[in-house]
Design a protein around this ligand. Structure first.
Ligand SMILES: Nc1ncnc2c1ncn2[C@@H]1O[C@H](COP(=O)(O)OP(=O)(O)OP(=O)(O)O)[C@@H](O)[C@H]1O
Length: 797
């Protein structure tokens, strides 16, 4: 493999140097990079080429830990990943029981249980995690802010008192303290915001990693394939993010105002006395009662909004994915209608939330701002009026100065201080109360999002296990298997127009497509599965590959596949629709291998080129600018090229059995035939699903699915090469006879005309012969090459 060091240009022989540089670069671009050195990646700004190579590398393993190479600006950071162990999922399973059909997002026991499961099984798995440290620091700053707010309120009162007293020195001292206090206060505010964002990000990362590991599980779980949950992307991307933000924000929004409420109330109680404190608590009670009565079901509304967002997002994604097909049909207008409809449903819902909010927020503002302020004035008046009355009585008695030793100015200043401090505390109290009320609404919204996240996790956790089909056998076989569409799992969905309730997606019953199917394919035998469209050919492949469980209650039902040998897969499936992975040209060919796995396999660039030649794609690396070129391959490659790439993957992996599901339908027959020959030469046993009779000659067994609604099937042996030649000869004879059909028909008409003029028994016999001939011609006419059935060596298995 060539190295990737930069060429040094010399001042002499410019032309030669230029030529050499071009050649060197061409060599670098067109060849596969070796393992790249990554120790100082974090510190070094990489060249675009190095960046591309690092992207190709995907990850490095250091000290047994997989480090993902994540592009960040024009650098690469190494992020260690620790996949969730399967035992963790097993132990978590019981904490995520299926959500009951009647569940509605609300602040209740179910919400607490769901939140507890998500928090303590995923978000905070241990108390010594970084998340805990963030929460502790966050709490510290929240408490500090409350303490500082009290200090600010006191200082505020003191400054005004000194002002009323005309105490310049005291005023300046107070002002100096004010500036000093501002430093920790503002720092505390920014730290609270920072820690809240950090906590939200950590929660999101924890949940995302867990969900990725659970969702993208390998065989036999294949949860990504089997969830049946609509709009999973919305759950994993947007909902997890909103949930993390809501939770991190809510912690501050509940803890801080609650603390404020306790501390401010205790401070106020000192100057309000018992009566005032009772009045204060009466005020709290009244507020909570009023607001509870007018609070709408924000939880359910938030959950429905998330779902509608998901539908709209899915529609947008579909257009991005299937742009070309839509463009061919010129379906823009139709798609716009579909998208607009999804968008309008979302907007209608959001609008209705806004409308519901008007009444709620109006009441909330009225209660918090005006009711609390009025109560506040009343409460402040208690000590003031009380003190004033006492003072006036004392003044009347002419003993004011003697009893208190204060000047009248001091008394006014003292009252002003109390008033200012209490007023500030009351304003803060009203603010805390308001935030607590908002927090209640946020809590309801969190309940809605929690239901969404919990639905995702419990659906993934509760998928029925697929029976393992791998065994120590040499053949791939089905025994007494009913093939049918598996029932969709029951997933509760919050219904669009029904924010008051939700609907259960009913499990659909599955019809049996193929009944009691049994066959075994040994290595070296080649099976072709045929039958009309929709009869269940791919369904059989799904059962063989372990994507669908066999149906039916027959105790003898069995699906068996050999286990993967070291370095060799037992079964590799090429599906009907070509799939192109995000990445380089090399990634397309080695999929699902990663680049490090390719290096570990010991295969070389020459091996890859040899494979590309076998599928007639040898021109691709040169045409596309090298193996590491990254493009949107789904659009760049033609339909036939994508299918040939699928065949290249089979040749790269060299499995024991290759299931080819109509994966050469866009490839010309001659190229298709040569690719089949190449696969067989490499010792790969073929299980082909196809409607092309021309492919039958590469196989030894033919499974025909009847497709007349009876779910029946027949297995026939295609026969030896000689026998197949015999069949070909028969086809040619029939075709020759077919070519003479018009002449025969003409002669028949002539004879018929002759006979109609004659009579007698001989004529009757001749008429019978004519009838037979007629029938024969009609039968031949109906014959078509594609209908020729091969019956040699028929063996029902
Ligand atoms: N996930 C699914 N959900 C519901 N029905 C399904 C699903 N997958 C397949 N089917 C149904 O099962 C039947 C068989 O599908 P299958 O893909 O096996 O047909 P096929 O014989 O391979 O057809 P074709 O030749 O057109 O590819 C079809 O009627 C199809 O609609």
């Amino acid at each position: 493999m060539p190295s990737f060091s930069k060429p040094t240009p010399t001042s002499r022989k410019h032309l030669l140097v230029l030529l050499a540089t071009i050649l060197l670069l061409r060599g670098r671009i067109l060849s596969i990079p070796g393992r790249i050195k990554l120790p100082q990646l974090r510190d070094k700004r990489l060249t675009p080429e190095e960046l591309l190579n690092a992207l190709q590398q995907i990850y490095v393993v250091e000290d047994g830990v997989k480090n993902l190479l994540v592009p960040y600006r024009d650098r690469i950071s190494k992020v260690p990943v620790y996949p969730t162990p399967p035992e963790k999922f097993t132990s978590d399973n019981k904490h995520f029981p299926p959500i009951p059909a009647s569940a509605k997002p609300n602040i209740d026991a179910a919400f607490i249980r769901q939140l507890k499961a998500i928090l303590f099984r995923i978000a905070f798995p241990t108390f010594r995690s970084k998340e805990t440290l963030i929460v502790v620091s966050h709490s510290f700053f929240l408490i500090l802010r409350t303490v500082l707010s009290i200090a600010v309120a006191r200082l505020d009162g003191r400054i005004v008192r000194d002002l009323v007293r005309a105490d310049g020195k005291g005023f300046l001292k107070g002002l100096g303290l004010w500036f000093l206090l501002a430093i920790p206060s503002t720092y505390t505010n920014s730290m609270i915001r920072h820690l809240q964002s950090k906590l939200s990000l950590r929660l999101r990362s924890r949940l995302t990693r867990y969900t990725h590991d659970l969702y993208l599980s390998s065989a036999p779980d294949l949860r990504y394939y089997r969830t049946g949950l609509e709009g999973v992307d919305q759950y994993i991307t947007a909902d997890i993010e909103s949930w993390s933000e809501a939770l991190a924000g809510l912690y501050g929004n509940i803890l801080k105002p609650s603390l404020d409420l306790v501390l401010f109330t205790s401070q106020l109680a000192k100057s309000l006395g018992v009566r005032g404190t009772i009045l204060l608590f009466g005020n709290y009670y009244l507020t909570v009662a009023i607001l509870r009565a007018v609070t709408p079901a924000f939880g359910r509304l938030a959950a429905v909004e998330a779902r509608l967002e998901g539908e709209y997002r899915a529609g947008m994604g579909r257009i991005g994915r299937e742009g070309e097909e839509i463009a061919f049909y010129d379906g823009g207008a139709r798609e716009r209608d579909i998208l607009s409809s999804a968008y309008l449903r979302l907007i209608k819902h959001v609008n209705s939330i806004y409308k519901i909010r008007i009444a709620y927020e109006w009441t909330e503002d009225y209660v918090i701002k005006y009711l609390w302020s009025a109560a506040g004035y009343g409460l402040i008046a208690v000590p003031l009026l009380f003190t004033r009355r006492r003072r006036s009585v004392a003044v009347q008695a002419g003993e004011a100065d003697r009893t208190s030793g204060e000047r009248p100015d001091d008394a006014v200043a003292g009252r002003t201080e109390t008033y200012i401090s209490n007023r500030r505390l009351l304003i803060s109290l009203a603010d805390a109360g308001g935030r607590l009320m908002y927090a209640y609404k946020d809590l309801l919204e969190l309940a809605g999002l929690t239901t969404r996240i919990y639905t995702l996790l419990s659906t993934l956790h509760n998928l029925p296990r697929l029976p393992s089909s791998e065994a120590d056998v040499e053949t791939i076989s089905l025994t007494n298997v009913d093939v049918g569409v598996p029932p969709t799992s029951a997933i509760p969905e919050i219904e669009l127009d029904d924010a008051l309730g939700h609907e259960l997606q009913q499990p659909t019953g599955s019809a049996v497509l193929v009944k009691d199917l049994s066959f075994a394919v040994k290595e070296g035998e080649h099976l072709m599965i045929t039958g009309s469209n929709g009869v269940g050919k791919t369904a059989v492949a799904r059962v063989l590959a372990g994507l669908w469980a066999p149906q039916g209650a027959n105790p003898d039902t069995r699906v068996q596949r050999p286990r993967d040998a070291p370095g060799r897969l037992s079964v590799f499936v090429v599906p009907q629709r070509a799939y192109m992975v995000t990445g380089s040209l090399l990634d397309q060919m080695i999929y699902p291998h990663s680049y490090p796995e390719f290096l570990a396999s010991g295969k070389t660039e020459a091996d890859l080129m040899e494979i590309l030649e076998m599928v007639f794609l040898a021109y691709l690396p040169e045409r596309e600018g090298g193996w590491t070129t990254r493009k949107e391959w789904r659009d760049v490659l033609s339909g036939g090229e994508k299918q040939r790439m699928g065949m290249a993957r089979v040749l790269y992996h060299r499995p024991k059995f290759a299931i080819l599901d109509e994966c050469t339908s866009a490839v010309s027959s001659d190229v298709e035939g040569r690719m089949y020959e190449n696969l067989k030469k490499l010792g790969i046993t073929l299980i082909t699903i196809s409607l092309r009779p021309s492919l039958a000659k590469y196989h030894t067994l033919l499974l025909t699915l009847t497709g007349d609604g009876s779910s029946r099937w027949t297995m026939t042996r295609v026969g030896t090469a000689e026998e197949r030649m015999g069949v070909d000869r028969e086809i040619i004879t029939l075709e020759n006879k077919l070519a003479e059909k018009d002449a025969w028909e003409q002669r028949l008409k002539e004879l018929d005309a002759l006979l109609s003029r004659a009579g007698g028994p001989i004529i009757a016999k001749l008429r019978i012969c004519m009838y037979t001939l007629n029938l024969f011609i009609r039968t031949i006419s109906r014959y078509d090459r594609s209908n020729v059935k091969i019956h040699e060596g028929t063996a029902r298995v």
